[in-house]
Design a protein around this ligand. Sequence first.
Ligand code: NAD
Length: 364
Amino acid sequence: MKKILIKTKNKNYPVFLGNGIFSSINKLITEHKLSNNIFVVVDSNLYKLHKKSIDQFLVNHKGKKSLFIFSPHEVYKSYLSLNRIYEQLIAGGFNRDTLIVAIGGGITGDLAGYAASTFTRGVQLIHVPTTLLAMVDSSIGGKTGINFGSTKNIVGSFYRPGFVLADMNFLKTLPRDEIICGIGEIVKYSFLIDDNFFDFIKSNLKKLYKLEEDTLNKVIENCISFKGKIVEQDELETSGLRKILNLGHTFAHALEVEQEYQIKHGQAVITGLSCALHLSNKLNLLNDDLLAKYLSLLVKFDRDIVLEDFETDVIYDAMKRDKKNKEEKIKFVLMKSAGSILIDVDADKDNVIYSIKNGLQYFT
Ligand SMILES: NC(=O)c1ccc[n+]([C@@H]2O[C@H](COP(=O)([O-])OP(=O)(O)OC[C@H]3O[C@@H](n4cnc5c(N)ncnc54)[C@H](O)[C@@H]3O)[C@@H](O)[C@H]2O)c1
């Protein structure tokens, strides 16, 4: 089992990565002196697929326990599910001495994490990410949150877990489109890190699809370590550094809203990266050769991500509601090259519309 330590100002927490390590969860809870009163939030699909090991965890757990199962959809990453969690916590007699265990993808982690940060002004939390996307991204860095109306992640908190346990065994049941979603965030990291990592991802894409163990191990560890380092320097997104992690996401979130969440987050990220590359090029930040080089990886997803239709103006309007905007201006994360990232870039509406049209053209 690998251990990657995330060091923040007030608290360090480990991320455990390995195969078959979920069976050690009770031992890790004890070792980390976490509460024995556990409230487990799990998504219904995952529970069906991994019932045996999750039930085993609960049977072996000696303290108080309660299981909350919900349907993992963006629509349910909302105050409605949150209310149900609070109701079950209160009905079960849970108080401040509670450990919420989030087992699932990013939706579960964001929802359960937000519940943990607010119930009795904060109870303990651990993340057990079970999608590739959640392992490389959403379980790391302490952002929690829910959607409200048509605005994504508009209500939330920064909340550190006691630990993160990423067991790659869970990934064996992950459907292909969810693997693509995880690869979407991995491609984002490759743009953020450097050309070497980008080249590695491009030449090992097939192995990633097949979840080939060594490749997967290396890639997940690199992504966690990279995000960990960014979070260590700018945990609360105050210095600006952490904003680089939003590369492609201003477009992606708006597309998710415009598509009424019929497109998955990780797929939207791939299309959003394409739009961000086009905008970077249009603003003369990224040269034509590099644009072609980086697009050559994104277009490989053209058969897996097919938008029936999209309305550019609706996407643009959704972008204007993005919580990262300042003074009513949309702020973009753009790039000069892999590893050379710019934040808070302004762009005219015409250029943004141009980038949406050009960025999405491969996925229609
Ligand atoms: N907090 C953050 O920093 C952060 C970062 C990135 C994304 N996010 C959020 O994460 C969410 C997306 O996360 P996601 O892609 O993991 O989505 P998800 O939680 O919806 O999971 C995707 C699907 O995979 C299924 N699933 C989960 N684990 C499985 C497994 N092992 N085998 C088979 N099926 C499995 C789920 O039931 C679901 O249908 C979005 O809401 C996004 O906003 C948050």
